[in-house]
Design a protein around this ligand. Structure first.
Ligand SMILES: [Zn+2]
Ligand SMILES: [Zn+2]
Length: 324
């Protein structure tokens, strides 16, 4: 994979200096005259056209490099780096194990949604796993049939609820006496969040014909009737109840879905959040424990459970949870 890049120094807002050539293969990343082993690449974060690389070379202190990518889609480069670095790091971790017991405990799974290798060794075996790269809750137990379109469901970037977020592009035309322009922003939102953002967009663009049209398009998308089939049917309306503060109705909706889905850490998480908002810490905690029974590395559920234990003063359970 070949690309062009410019370095973004920590002290500067915009990339400076001239463009360089970069290449990435299955083992290394070449940035101009410097070469890095992908096994040392601990994380890659993307912000628009920029990639932030966290490198942990052995015998050297960790360092970060920010590069601004051109010529290819930065998401494609990030995906390539994530697939290769996680594979190499998992192989490396396995090679470090010395005893047969340690090797027997070693567990790595390739995410079917994004091909990234996930190391599950520190966690107990559960029917689902969370892919830290694409954030899909994946059913991994062989005798459980995964829900249809499993990879479409995840936490909404706006409301934080387990849902089926879609791409959303906000568009604002602004007119100041001396200056006019357009502001756009891309995000992924669930339908409820799309609806409220579309209404805001319509209000914000009301006086300018140019912005009303995209607002109406987004409103039509947000209210379009879709076949709400599959095991997660009813999730959107339960989330809507939760968003409006009608928590009893939302809880009823989540319970109904749970009767159909054998493993559903995401639904337990939404239910736990609704109970937490009702200040029912005891029930919220037991539901979030069920979320972790279905998916041991489900970080959002773990964090909310920590909060429940902390607020109810359950020090013993908090310490046990944190020690894992
Ligand atoms: Zn994934
Ligand atoms: Zn949302």
């Amino acid at each position: 994979m070949r690309f062009r890049f410019r370095l973004v120094r920590a002290s500067e807002e915009a990339p400076s200096g001239r463009r360089h050539n970069g290449t990435a293969d299955e083992k290394s990343l070449q940035l101009g005259s410097e070469s890095w082993d992908l096994v040392d690449l601990a994380a890659v974060e993307q912000d628009g056209a920029r990639l932030l690389l966290l490198l942990q070379p052995s015998q050297q202190p960790p360092l970060t490099i920010t590069i601004s990518i051109s010529k290819i889609d930065p998401s494609d480069l990030k995906h390539h780096l994530d697939v290769q670095r996680t594979r190499l790091r998992a192989e490396h971790a396995r090679a470090q194990l010395t005893t047969p017991q340690e090797r027997a405990r070693f567990r790595q799974i390739v995410c079917p949604a994004c091909d990234v290798t996930v190391d599950l060794t520190p966690f107990p075996e559960t029917p689902q796993m969370l892919c830290p790269c694409c954030e899909t809750l994946v059913t991994i137990q062989s005798n459980v049939v995964p829900p249809e379109n499993e990879a479409d469901f995840r936490l909404c970037e706006t409301c934080g609820m387990f849902s089926r977020p879609r791409h959303f592009r906000s568009f604002y035309f602004y007119y100041l006496v001396v200056h006019s322009g357009i502001h756009t922003h891309r995000s992924k939102r669930c339908r409820g969040c799309m609806r409220s953002a579309s209404w805001k967009m319509l209000a914000g663009n009301f006086f300018f014909v140019i912005g009303v049209i995209p607002a109406l398009i987004q409103l039509t998308r947000a209210y379009r009737k879709e076949r709400d089939a599959g095991v997660y049917r009813g999730l959107e309306s339960a989330n809507q109840w939760a968003r409006r503060g009608k928590l009893t109705k939302a809880i009823e909706g989540y319970h109904e879905i749970l009767q159909r889905v054998p493993c559903a850490a995401g639904i337990y998480y939404n239910l736990g959040m609704a109970l937490y908002k009702q200040h029912d810490l005891a029930h919220a905690a037991s539901v979030l424990e069920l979320a972790l029974n279905d998916c041991a590395n489900y970080t959002p559920a773990c964090q909310l459970l920590e909060q429940c234990y902390r607020q109810s003063g359950d020090v013993e359970k908090l310490e046990t949870l944190q020690s894992h």
